[in-house]
Design a protein around this ligand. Structure first.
Ligand code: F3S
Length: 388
């Protein structure tokens, strides 16, 4: 890989250990994937924030980086943590809270903004063709496919390294030829809601592994539906990007047809219980202001049943923007939580055994990551079941 003289100096350690480690990660990665040089990025998004997922493991490394002067060189945001600052924060023992606060504090001191959300694009929307280094698969696929920015599906170490150097190796989706559709997906059924679109993502993601699909048959999908589609694709497979509106040359593409039964079977397979839920969870990926409004409208004049909690998860930024709808949800007995989600916190520890969600990604992860049974259902069904 070609390095400029300044990059060579960083590589040789002249800018300190932290930057040397960071550039070595990027160069190693670049060499593995055939990059020729490092290119500047406009922003980074780091995953690896939740103390539930990480434990103590990275804390010494983060402390060493900070001590060696590590600071982000580009605007950098961070993924959700394991609790919100109000409701859940009071429920966990001090040592869990302290561990989580240390991780957030270390990131903050490195100049990483504690946005604690998987939808950082609602806070700072990247422009089309900006090069980014975003971890969090649901965010990077949305950035590539809907916002038309250019990012690989970075891992936590490479996104952090890119944040510190302000550059990323020019392989993968930073090259236009790797952004072309490779497979045509003909979607036969007219999908009715976000659950069906998320299930389409899970179904197709399994079939594709890491190819870029062109989906045909989605009619005027909303940004929130595309968010569910991307989250599903990136959960069951490694697909980093999808196309959905181009009328491009399709003749030579391998074609896969998706039938109504494929969607129904996927929804069924993601539902592991028919028991009533202890927890109804909306906001994976974190809600947009429009989604919070939708929940509020559906809850207007209703009350949550005592046996069930409702969590609506988003960023503190979006929560503030949607404040009047947040009040409606809270008046009905629900909780609008920011900085976290049901997957990255300890829901089992809180006594929940069954979870109902409208997110295919959460339903996919909940039985293994959280040890709870899940039901995947549309928003209206969920809210009907948990309100009186
Ligand atoms: Fe975000 Fe949690 Fe889902 S981090 S994408 S809400 S699993």
């Amino acid at each position: 890989m070609y390095l400029t003289s300044q990059e060579e100096s960083i590589y040789e350690g002249e800018y300190g250990w932290a930057y040397q480690v960071a550039i070595k990660i990027l160069v190693r990665l670049g060499e593995l994937f055939g990059a020729t040089r490092l290119i500047p990025i406009r922003s980074a998004h780091v995953s690896g924030v939740s103390y539930k997922t990480l434990g103590e493991a990275p804390i010494d490394f983060f402390e060493a980086l900070l001590e060696a002067g590590a600071r982000a060189k580009v605007p950098t945001t961070a993924n959700p943590s394991s609790f919100d600052p109000e409701y859940l924060a009071s429920m966990f023992p001090d040592e869990l809270m302290e561990g989580q606060s240390r991780i957030i504090g270390l990131y903050r001191n490195m100049g990483i903004s504690p946005t604690l959300t998987c939808t950082p694009y609602y806070i700072h929307k990247p422009q089309s063709e900006w090069h980014l280094a975003w971890a969090e698969s649901s965010a990077s696929i949305y950035a590539n496919s809907v916002l038309r920015a250019w990012t690989n599906r970075d891992g936590a170490p490479s996104a952090l390294a890119a944040a510190l150097i302000g550059k990323t190796p020019n392989y993968g989706l930073h090259q236009p030829e790797n952004r072309e559709a490779e497979v045509l997906i003909k979607v036969k059924p007219a999908l009715k809601n976000k659950v069906e679109v998320g299930a389409l993502g899970i179904h197709v993601g399994k079939l594709l592994k890491d190819e870029v699909p062109l989906l045909e048959g989605l009619y005027n999908p909303t940004g929130d539906q595309l968010k569910q589609l991307g989250a599903g694709l990136a959960t069951s497979g490694m697909t980093p990007m999808f196309h959905y509106q181009e009328q491009r040359e399709k003749r030579n593409l391998e074609t896969i047809t998706v039938e109504k039964e494929d969607i129904e079977n996927t929804i069924q397979s993601l539902s592991t219980t028919s028991e009533p839920p202890d927890l109804a969870f909306i906001g994976c990926p974190h809600c947009s202001a429009t989604e919070i409004e939708e929940v509020a409208q559906a809850l207007e004049g209703k009350k949550l049943q005592k046996e069930t909690e409702l969590w609506v998860c988003t960023s503190s930024y979006v929560k503030k923007m949607a404040q009047k709808y947040v009040e409606v949800i809270e008046n009905a007995g629900g909780h609008v939580l920011c900085d976290t989600c049901a997957v990255v916190t300890w829901i089992k520890r809180l006594g929940f055994g069954t979870l109902m969600t409208n997110s295919a990604k959460t339903a996919y992860y909940a039985p293994t990551f959280n040890g709870v049974d899940a039901t995947l259902a549309p928003l209206e069904t969920m809210l009907k079941q948990v309100t009186s």
